[in-house]
Design a protein around this ligand. Structure first.
Ligand code: HEM
Length: 421
């Protein structure tokens, strides 16, 4: 039984929830989801989803689900019990279900332990100069486009490039492959949507085939030509775990490499774009931060809180339980809404204010056993990029709000942010 103080239970107003979800999917909802978060939270900390299961809107209840041992990720065993084989048996869904984010203990514990902390302080310090140099090169490109065209798109020029080049270099992936990786990543994520359509699953299935072919070949080549890199170390480690079973070792290395790569790209790109958008849409914010660069980390943290790159994550009740006063039966799905949680005024007073000094709380990198393994790397990329943007482009400003892929509400994608100086 779960005890949550001072938070309220569920509503059954189905039409209200459907209408809010429609708004969230609209252009308006993507540009400004805050009214939707507020209205959803007003319906309760735990809100019944129209198709069964619940949305979790309050900060404490979300935190409790992410950290609680009685909440599991929806793994193969759960998926096989579901009545919707088209969704759960789809190849793109199954590909993701073998990865860390869909594994429960003990397999999850074993893989996390093997990975350790891939971005510990020493590793990050060794990566910092390279990330700063990459950011400088991308901003040179931005400067040139601004000089020649007067306007440039920050997303394809900078935000999407820094994460793929950073993680690509870390894994020893050839630079010529980055565009291909970005391309299949953008299409593969549809299978992880809340309610993917048949055509989204088809797009995702094709991208999954390309992704599998790419990473399988990458690992094959690395076996043939080992280097002093992370991927080679993973191959050695998993070969030692399965000395008589090369195909299982290959499968684990594939799952890790593929997942860490795609988990790091769109998420970090949205953070970088959001940081620039939120700081430059109000020039006084950028001016203040330029005068107080010691608060760049705080600006990154407030960006993560204000508009999380991932909006939703799902868990399943391991047993009959009670969440925020709402009984939840074993096997029921609950969807944690990171944005609604971050704008819960009980956790962050005046939540709709972008306040770089608030020192607020957020769950943008998740929590508990599945806490994001790349959080420190994403923060470092954002910090290095922002420092240079502030210094080199004192008059940078958006010419329009960002454009979004509005067909997504789980892994968000900002497709464009036009800027000028
Ligand atoms: C702003 C950027 C990022 C955001 C917002 C983000 C968000 C998340 C979230 C919400 C989770 C799930 C946590 C849960 O289920 O409780 C997660 C897991 C994960 N993330 Fe990130 N992520 C980001 C960047 C990265 C980067 C750069 C990497 C790797 C280089 C990465 C690797 C992972 C991995 C491996 C997991 C799975 C952990 C597990 O299930 O044990 N992420 N991330």
């Amino acid at each position: 039984m779960t005890a949550v103080g001072n938070i309220c239970g569920t509503t059954t107003d189905r039409r209200a929830v459907i209408s809010l979800l429609r708004r969230l999917r609209s252009e308006e909802g993507h540009v400004n989801p805050l009214p939707v978060w507020e209205e959803l939270r007003a319906l309760g900390d735990v809100v019944r989803a129209p198709w069964g299961g619940y949305f979790v809107t309050g900060f404490e209840a979300c935190s409790q689900v992410l950290r609680g041992r009685n909440w599991l990720v929806p793994d193969f065993a759960w998926q096989e019990r579901q009545p919707d084989p088209e969704r759960w048996q789809a190849p793109a869904t199954r590909e993701m279900t073998r990865t860390l984010i869909r594994l429960n203990a003990p397999t999850h514990t074993c893989q996390r332990r093997a990975l350790g902390n891939p971005f510990d302080r020493t590793t990050l310090e060794s990566m910092r100069p390279g990330i700063a140099a990459l950011a400088a090169t991308l901003l040179d490109d931005l400067a040139e486009r601004l000089r020649t065209g007067g306007e440039a798109d920050f997303v394809p020029t900078v935000s999407e490039q820094l994460p793929v080049r950073t993680v690509g270099e870390w894994l020893g992936i050839p630079a010529g492959d980055f565009a291909h990786i970005l391309d299949f990543t953008h299409r593969q994520v549809y299978a992880q949507e809340l309610l993917p359509t048949k055509s989204q699953l088809d797009v995702s299935a094709q991208a999954t085939l390309e992704m599998r072919a790419y990473f399988t070949e990458l690992i094959r080549k690395r076996r043939a030509h080992p280097g002093n890199d992370v991927l080679t170390r993973w191959i050695h480690y998993w070969d030692a775990q399965y000395p008589d079973d090369r195909s299982t070792a290959d499968q684990v290395v594939y799952d890790l490499t593929m997942f860490i790569t795609i988990a790091s790209l769109e998420t970090t790109a949205v953070l970088l774009t959001n940081a620039v958008w939120l700081l430059t849409q109000d020039p006084s914010r950028a001016a203040w931060l330029r005068a107080h660069p010691q608060h760049i980390d705080d600006a990154v943290e407030e960006t993560l809180r204000y508009d999380p790159p991932v909006w939703l994550n799902s868990r399943v009740a391991a047993d009959d339980t009670v969440l925020a006063g709402t009984p939840v039966a074993k096997d029921t799905t609950v969807h944690v809404l990171y944005g609604a949680a971050a704008h819960d005024p009980r956790r962050n007073p005046d939540p709709h204010l972008f306040d770089m000094l608030r020192g607020g709380g957020h769950l943008t990198f998740g929590g508990g056993a599945h806490y994001c393994l790349g959080a420190a790397l994403a923060r470092l990329e954002a910090r290095e990029l922002l420092a240079q943007v502030l210094e080199r482009f004192p008059t940078l400003r958006p010419t329009a709000p960002p454009a979004y892929d509005t067909s997504r509400v789980v892994f968000r994608r900002i497709t464009s942010l036009k800027v000028t100086t």
